[in-house]
Design a protein around this ligand. Structure first.
Ligand code: UDP
Ligand code: MG
Length: 310
């Protein structure tokens, strides 16, 4: 019998997790009579009753496995822990809040089985119910990163996807510390089919991603999959050299033909400010990459497990 591993990362999901379990079990009983399921619930350092609920579920149902981190390591770490523990022939990643409709799973499975895809991803075509400012920045982010990176990032793509064992192993072979899954999924290649769906609002609880957290995640994505910002600094530098060369020529000619009335210190101050601003900005960009490299070189564990039941 073939097995599907369902990985669910949970951070303070006491309200949503029982609803999620109920829903996915319904899908399993109705649509997957010939396939075995395995649930891998990853508790990402929740401070509520999430772990207790996981324990209850695992006692009632031996398909449920759980891993609990020693603190909050972030969703990327939770997904990695799940992927590393999954035993299934097919692996799927889902959120606990039912924003990733379990009902799509059968269709995803059929596409892989019958049409030879290695992966079926999902993308939201609307962002209904999301704060408009968040959608706005998300759109800018996708435009930017797709210009800067060779790896294609699909706007609205979710982490919710069903993959073959082969593709999962390819993802696991990438051991980087700064993980940006949307990029990693795309980087490994393979045949991906996209299913589209309308945004669904979270069933219970609230979003764990603040604007600041998302901003940092966006920087993560850019630094992990593009070095264009580094080139930007040299580009601006070159432009400034050219401008200053032209200015020097102009000043020499002006002095020779018109004399040299001393003036222009305000413009000088402005130029100094601007140039030093550009320099600091460029150093900041280099700093970002250096910081990522620093963390990468340290080889710290991506997550630390406190307890698990398998
Ligand atoms: N999550 C996690 N660790 C975190 C933040 C979030 O495991 O540090 C999980 C969360 O429990 C949920 C999923 O990641 O299952 C998506 O989070 P959320 O629904 O809050 O994000 P949104 O859908 O609003 O982007
Ligand atoms: Mg959500």
């Amino acid at each position: 019998m073939e097995k599907i591993s369902i990985i669910v990362s949970c951070y303070n999901e006491e309200a949503a997790l029982p609803l999620f379990y109920e829903e996915i079990e319904k899908v399993r009983k109705n649509d997957f009579k010939e396939v075995e399921f395995e649930y891998i619930l990853v508790n990402d350092g929740s401070s509520d009753r999430t772990l207790d609920i996981m324990k209850d579920l695992s006692q009632k149902d031996n398909k449920v496995k759980y891993i609990s981190f020693s603190r909050n390591f972030g969703k990327e770490a939770a997904m990695l822990a799940g992927l590393e523990s999954a035993q299934g022939d097919y692996i799927t990643l889902m959120d606990a809040d039912l924003q990733d409709p379990p009902a799509l799973l059968r269709k995803m499975y059929d596409l892989i089985k019958n049409e030879g895809y290695d992966c079926v991803g999902t993308r939201r075509v609307t962002r209904k119910g999301e704060p408009p400012i968040r959608s706005f920045f998300a759109r800018i982010f996708y435009k930017l990163i797709n210009k800067m990176s060779k790896v294609e990032m699909v706007d609205g793509a979710r982490d919710y996807r069903l993959m073959t064992r082969q593709m999962t192993d390819a993802i696991l072979s990438m051991k980087e510390y700064n993980r940006y899954s949307k990029g990693l999924f795309s980087f490994v290649g393979f045949n991906t089919k996209w299913l589209e769906f309308e945004n669904v609002e979270r069933v219970a609880g609230e979003t764990k991603w603040s604007f600041w957290k998302l901003f940092k995640y966006a920087i993560e994505g850019i630094t992990a999959f593009s070095t264009v910002p580094l080139v930007l600094a040299s580009g601006i530098g070159l432009l400034f050299c050219l401008i200053s060369f032209l200015l020097i020529v102009m000043i020499i000619i002006k002095t020779l033909f018109l004399g040299d009335p001393t003036s222009g210190w305000p413009s000088l101050t402005c130029i100094i400010f601007m140039v030093s601003g550009v320099q600091l900005f460029s150093i900041g960009i280099i700093g970002q990459y250096l910081a990522k490299t620093y963390l990468e070189v340290k080889k710290r564990p991506i997550y630390i497990v406190k307890e698990k039941n398998f």
